[in-house]
Design a protein around this ligand. Structure first.
Ligand code: G6P
Length: 481
């Protein structure tokens, strides 16, 4: 991807994320396949890259493998390798053992280790160097998420000609928590290498600006940071979304409709199916949700003949201690409830520890009468938006945590505080009992919000702020297509 002089690459638009949109999976017989990577970041960005073209730089999910750039289903992918010790120290360690819990309200205690930090610096530099090689002169480079917060400044040093955007997909913590980080100043300075720093919510952008003023000492005014060299960095909120029309189209597919009916059938055609779909993560409030549903059943407010709860938990970061402990805890909770009140062929909770293709998710969304999304803290939560996009029939109810970024937009959901088990039980009960009219009233309003603020809108808003002159016009597919 280098030009003939070898000085610059040829990609006018570059996305850098810790993960490529696909993971390389090696089967026991040695054959390899590619599987969609987990998480909301990939769901959101993949359609953007399909429409805009350009190169996607990221790790392919396996340690100790150096791969050459390749094209996969029309996407230009540029793999970055991580050694086994970098997976442990940069990915599982600093990214997911330090930053992830620190940025999510310290729900789990963050660990601070100097060798994790050193690996984070090394790997961030590798990503920045790769981007510097791939980007064309004056390209737009868009760095994603908490794993790569040093890349903007490192890249600016190597390639002052490119426009650099950064978007944080997860919450940005309040100053009191961020200050615990021994490398707080380095992280802030890393982010300030960007021209535009994007967050999910206004509060997060405000936290960042305040920290930059207090900790780095730069002058700030509203959304702008004034650097001593005259450069201005902006920080704003851009609530991320999904390819809403794409999800709706998938949900309308006759094969998906048939699969939804099959799912209902195999659950015994209960009156109500309650559904949760999450990465298996301690931020998602799974424990609280299962307890709330369990109490509704054991106290008799909901009869096990009438309602079943399906929980899909996608495996995630399985070698990190806190994730291992969570898995054991959820296994125990589900096992106890099913053991206590289940009958032959009728467990109140169907628990699936697996990842499924998007079509299966769409069928589940279509089959579910009540969707419960109850994280203790979440940057946005795209599952909530996916459910709404799939309910073109204006049916179904969404129970949503106030602590998901999506609550700011999805106000007609049944909003809950996931720490308040009684409040959550009441909201679940209200949602289970809602009649078709009430469902339609809420769902219509939710759909208006989700269908009108899709991923194209998000990318357009961010990119036109980052590079107004070069940005191409929005291409929004019509819903009738
Ligand atoms: C969240 C993060 C992403 C991450 C995803 C999956 O959505 O914001 O950056 O890729 O979780 O987590 P994983 O550790 O499997 O990449």
């Amino acid at each position: 991807m280098a030009d003939s002089s070898g000085k610059f690459g040829s990609a006018e638009f570059v996305v850098i994320a810790n993960r490529l949109p696909v993971d390389r999976v090696v089967a026991p017989d040695g054959s390899t396949t590619w599987r969609t990577s987990p998480g909301g970041l990939v769901t959101a960005l993949e359609p953007v890259m399909r429409r805009k073209g350009g190169a996607w730089i990221g790790w392919h999910g396996a340690p100790d493998e150096k791969l050459r750039p390749f094209t996969h289903q029309g996407l230009k992918l540029v793999p970055v390798h991580l050694s086994e010790s970098e997976v442990v120290e940069y990915y599982e360690g600093f990214s997911n053992g330090t930053l992830w819990p620190l940025y999510h309200d310290v729900i789990a205690p963050p660990a601070f280790h100097r060798e994790w930090w050193d690996a984070y610096v090394t790997v961030n530099r590798r990503f920045a160097e790769r981007a510097a090689k791939v980007a064309a002169e004056g390209a737009i480079v868009w760095v994603q998420d908490y794993q790569l917060q040093l890349v903007p400044a490192m890249l600016r040093e190597l390639r002052p000609d490119v426009r650099i955007g950064f978007f944080l997909h997860i919450p940005f913590p309040p100053t009191e928590l961020f200050q615990q980080l021994p490398w707080r100043r380095e992280i802030l300075e890393g982010l300030l290498g960007a021209d535009l720093v994007g967050f999910q919510l206004n509060g997060a952008a405000g936290n960042f600006i305040r920290l930059v003023r207090q900790r780095v000492g730069h002058k700030t005014h509203r959304d702008a940071v004034y650097l001593p060299d005259g450069r201005v960095v902006r920080a704003n909120a851009y609530p991320i979304s999904i390819d809403a029309a794409g999800f709706e189209e998938m949900a309308r597919d006759p094969a998906v409709v048939a699969r939804a009916a099959e799912i209902r059938e195999s659950l015994g055609n209960p009156r109500t199916i309650v559904l949760g779909i999450d990465r298996l993560d301690y931020t998602k409030g799974l424990r609280q949700r299962i307890r709330a549903f369990g109490e509704l059943i054991t106290e008799g407010a909901v009869h096990p003949d009438d309602a079943v709860f399906v929980q899909v938990a996608t495996p995630s970061r399985e070698r990190v201690d806190q994730y291992r402990m969570l898995r054991d805890e959820i296994d125990r909770l589900v096992g106890r409830l099913n053991g206590d009140v289940g009958r032959i062929g009728q467990p109140p909770i169907t628990y699936l520890h697996a990842s499924y293709p998007r079509e299966e998710m769409a069928a589940l969304y279509r089959a579910a009468d009540v969707m419960v999304v109850t994280p203790l803290r979440d940057g946005m939560n795209l599952v909530a938006k996916e459910y709404v996009a799939c309910r073109y029939d204006d049916r179904g109810s969404l129970v949503l945590s106030e602590f998901a970024g999506a609550a700011g937009e999805l106000k007609q959901a049944y909003l809950v505080n996931p720490y308040d088990i009684n409040g959550m039980k009441q909201a679940m009960l209200d949602a289970i009992k809602a009649g078709p009219k009430e469902q339609a009233r809420r769902m219509k309003a939710l759909r208006k919000q989700v269908m009108e603020n899709d991923i194209d809108q998000w990318a357009n808003d961010f990119l036109s702020e980052l590079a107004p002159a070069t940005h191409t016009k929005r291409t929004r597919p019509s819903r009738e297509q």
